[in-house]
Every structure is written in structure tokens, then in C-alpha cells.
Write a protein that binds this ligand. Structure first.
Ligand code: ADP
Ligand code: MG
Length: 182
């Protein structure tokens, strides 16, 4: 299973903020401005995360299989396991981006990470609503395969409560043609 730092979701359009420091020491002081400090709102773990499956390092077999998956756009449910920091999240995010591209990504991919609630309510609300949205016929758009299903990236899935898991399995069963789980 994969993880996507929740903050990372909003960091694709990187913002650079020039900060100035206001001083309360009289009029003259208030006009004095500090040299601008450029700060990226993007953590390095996101900035340098490989964007494509082929750039995931030291996972040759995984990359080979997934490259084939991308070519055929035939994506089964997937379970990624392994020690922290070996590329599970990275790989899942890269597949999803390469399948749908930037335009469809938001409507076709639901990322749930460790900071999201893991109880049954999240399944009853977020996941159920996402599952209910219809998908188109699956035509290639903008150079991306855009297959006719949606993806749920469920990070740290083992932390889901048991009743949430049961509810989730039921949902997967009833939307088996249009939902893929990573
Ligand atoms: N196989 C890899 N190839 C390239 N970068 C990697 C790889 N594994 C981890 N990283 C780097 O480490 C960071 C954390 O990886 P992540 O995919 O979140 O690990 P996890 O397996 O814990 O989900 C990513 O930002 C990525 O840049
Ligand atoms: Mg992870």
C-alpha cells in the first residue's frame, strides 16, 4: 500500500512566497524591508519524488511489470509492501499520474493517507461518494491512456479499522468494474 503525504497533494503547482518582515518600531522602520526570502512550500520528499515509474530506482522487476501495465492500461488491484522509504507511495502515485495525466487525475484518483481518518466513516463518506461517480468510456486523452476506471490509493492500509475494511471490501465488490485499489 502506498502513502501520499497529504500536504503533497497541493504541492504540484509549487508556490514561491517572498516574505517581508514588518517591524513595529516607528514609521521609518515600517518602511524598511528585509531581503526577500524565497521559500518553497514543497517538502523535498515531494520535490524530488520520481514522477514516472521508470525513474523508481533499484526496483527493476517492479518497474518492468508496471511499465507493461501502463502500456496496456490494464491495471489490477495492487498491494505494495516493503520497508519505509523504498518507493511504495512513489510508485503508486506515478502509475496513477501516468494513467490519467494532470487533467483527469483529480476526478479519477482518490488518495487516502495516514493522516486521514481510518474509521468506517471515511469509507461511508469519501470512498462511497468517489466510487459512485461514473467514468467515461476510456478514450485516450492528451497522450494519457485514461482507462475507464478510478483508482483509490490507500496508504498505510493496515491501519484501517476492521469494520472499515469490511465496508470497503463490500464497496469494492459492488464497483468492481470501475474501481482499482492500490
Ligand atoms: N526506489 C526509489 N527510487 C527513487 N526514489 C525513491 C525510491 N524510494 C524512495 N524514494 C524517495 O524517497 C522518498 C520516500 O519514498 P516513498 O515512496 O514515500 O516511500 P514508502 O515506500 O515509504 O512509501 C520519495 O520522495 C522518493 O524521492
Ligand atoms: Mg509510503
Amino acid at each position: 500500500m502506498t502513502t501520499g503525504n497529504k500536504k503533497g497533494k497541493n504541492t504540484e503547482g509549487r508556490k514561491e512566497v517572498a516574505l517581508t518582515q514588518a517591524s513595529g518600531e516607528g514609521e521609518g522602520a515600517s518602511k524598511r524591508k528585509m531581503a526577500p526570502v524565497v521559500q518553497s512550500s514543497q517538502p523535498w520528499v515531494e520535490k524530488y519524488r520520481p514522477k514516472q515509474v521508470k525513474d523508481v530506482a533499484h526496483q527493476d522487476e517492479v518497474v518492468r511489470v508496471l511499465t507493461n501495465t501502463l502500456e496496456t492500461a490494464n491495471c489490477p488491484h495492487m498491494l505494495f509492501y516493503g520497508p519505509p522509504g523504498t518507493g511504495k507511495t512513489t510508485t503508486a502515485l506515478a502509475i496513477a499520474h501516468q494513467l490519467f495525466g494532470p487533467e483527469l487525475y483529480k476526478s479519477r484518483v482518490l488518495e487516502l493517507n495516514a493522516s486521514d481518518d481510518r474509521g468506517i466513516n471515511v469509507v461511508r463518506t469519501k470512498i462511497k461518494d468517489f466510487a459512485a461517480v461514473a467514468v467515461g468510456s476510456g478514450q485516450r486523452q492528451g497522450g494519457y491512456p485514461c482507462p475507464p476506471f478510478k483508482i483509490i490509493i490507500l496508504d498505510e492500509a493496515d491501519s484501517m479499522t476492521e469494520d472499515a475494511q469490511a465496508c470497503f471490501i463490500f464497496l469494492l465488490g459492488s464497483h468492481c468494474r470501475t474501481l482499482q485499489l492500490m
